[in-house]
Design a binder for this molecule. Structure first.
Ligand SMILES: [Zn+2]
Ligand SMILES: [Zn+2]
Ligand SMILES: [Zn+2]
Length: 169
């Protein structure tokens, strides 16, 4: 896991290298995302952005997200319709495995090297030119897994008030 500052300074350096503009607005969206423990929906992001930019509208967010996706700084989590900061975007094309917790909504990105080899050989066999791929896996994070497995709700320290939920709108 790398820090928010590191993510932001890396993104700035990469944009400079590529001569693309990381506008203050794009920067702010990336900054807000880097503070999340996992994925966030576009509308939740818009709410956060409005703290500093009251005029922000949905297209504002989608334009910023498009830019960040294009540069590979973030990934889209299709199954929950949300977005997450990439934790190794210095590698231009990597296969990520997103481990998505169905209880707290946290998303952990793991590099899926072995899986990548399999996908590459599958693509090669069918003459398919692979650009990028994202694997989404659903389940419970370690903490939530423990809580879900707990059988003594009356005598434990867990917060059982949170039920499994779907993130995003
Ligand atoms: Zn990534
Ligand atoms: Zn969890
Ligand atoms: Zn418990």
């Amino acid at each position: 896991m790398i820090s928010a500052e590191k993510i932001l300074s890396q993104a700035e350096a990469i944009c400079q290298q590529r001569s693309v503009r990381l506008t203050p607005q794009r920067f702010e969206v990336l900054r807000l995302m880097s503070e999340q423990n996992g994925a966030i929906s576009a509308y939740d992001l818009l709410d956060l952005l409005r703290a500093s930019e009251p005029q922000a509208k949905p297209p504002t967010i989608y334009r910023a997200l498009d830019f960040l996706l294009e540069q590979g700084f973030i990934h889209r989590v299709e199954s929950t319709n949300s977005y997450v900061v990439c934790h190794h975007f210095e590698e231009p094309s990597h296969t990520s495995a997103m481990l998505i917790c169905g209880r707290c909504g946290s998303v952990t990105e793991q590099q899926a090297d072995g899986v990548e080899d399999i996908l590459k050989s599958l693509a090669l066999k069918s003459g398919f030119k692979l650009s990028h791929s994202v694997i989404e896996a659903h389940g419970f994070c370690q903490q939530c897994g423990e809580i879900e497995a707990c059988t003594h709700q009356d005598a434990c320290q867990h917060d059982h008030s949170v039920q499994s939920k779907k993130r995003g709108r």
